[in-house]
Design a protein around this ligand. Structure first.
Ligand code: NAG
Ligand code: NAG
Length: 219
């Protein structure tokens, strides 16, 4: 090999190395999936939303009101979550943050769920709330929170919040994604559309098919 081609190879590998450092990873997702399409005619959005001309932005793009309002928790699970994300606060697009208020009635809960794209910080402004998350080694990390207490749910881990006090509880949350996604464990496993084969779930959950079909009927 000539001296010239060796130095060419060297600079090529240097270039590859630099490129690798410059782009260390793919950009993180801001939606569940973004299937490739060859023509923009069939496209709806990129990873996130299209951007409005900045000159046309108004205060209302960055605004949501009503998080002072108590929501009805008169439902099966006993909670009601009001979420502020890119879908109802368009100014959040590309900012990587969102927020929520959860009303949790006495004996109510925000049932086990996880956010595929965000960690979450919660703070209690009313009531007493038992929170917890399960680590990937199945360890349960749990704590009873009172007004003024703050707790963190790491990204992607199953977590819950249950009112264990005598009065309705209010929890505020912030999440580090404009579109964190919310996967409710029971609903997504037993309420998928179409349903997952009962025999498959019976084996996975070590229950019989009848019980699985009862669960599927509930969700
Ligand atoms: C949440 O609260 C609103 C307003 O109180 C109510 O209209 C809605 O049905 C509630 N959602 C659930 C799931 O209970
Ligand atoms: C399925 O399991 C439930 C709960 O253990 C039990 O009550 C029921 O008899 C079982 N049904 C069948 C068909 O084995």
């Amino acid at each position: 090999m000539s001296m010239k081609s060796i130095s060419f190879l060297a600079s090529l590998s240097l270039l590859a190395l630099t490129f690798q450092f410059a782009i260390a990873a793919d950009p993180s997702q801001v939606q569940d999936f973004c299937v490739a399409t060859n023509s923009p005619v069939n496209g709806v959005s990129v990873n996130g939303k299209f951007c409005k001309d900045p000159a046309l932005a108004t205060a209302d793009d960055f605004y949501l009101s009503g998080l002072n309002v108590r929501k009805s928790t008169n439902n099966q699970i006993g909670s009601n979550v009001t979420f502020g994300g890119v879908d109802n606060v368009p100014g959040l697009n590309t900012l990587g943050i969102s927020f929520a208020r959860a009303d949790i009635g006495v004996n109510g809960q925000v049932q086990p769920h996880y956010h595929p794209r965000a960690s979450e910080i919660v703070g209690i402004t009313e009531g007493t709330v038992l929170v917890g998350f399960v680590a990937s080694d199945q360890r349960l990390i749990t704590k009873t929170l009172n007004v003024g207490d703050v707790f963190v749910f790491p990204q992607g881990l199953i977590h819950f919040a249950a009112n264990v006090g005598q009065v309705p509880a209010v929890l505020f949350a912030t999440l580090n994604s404009q579109n964190p996604g919310t996967i409710f464990v029971a609903e997504n496993v037993f309420g998928s559309n179409p349903p997952i084969t009962p025999a498959l779930l019976a084996k996975a959950f070590q229950l019989n098919v009848t019980t699985i079909m009862e669960l599927q009927a509930k969700f």
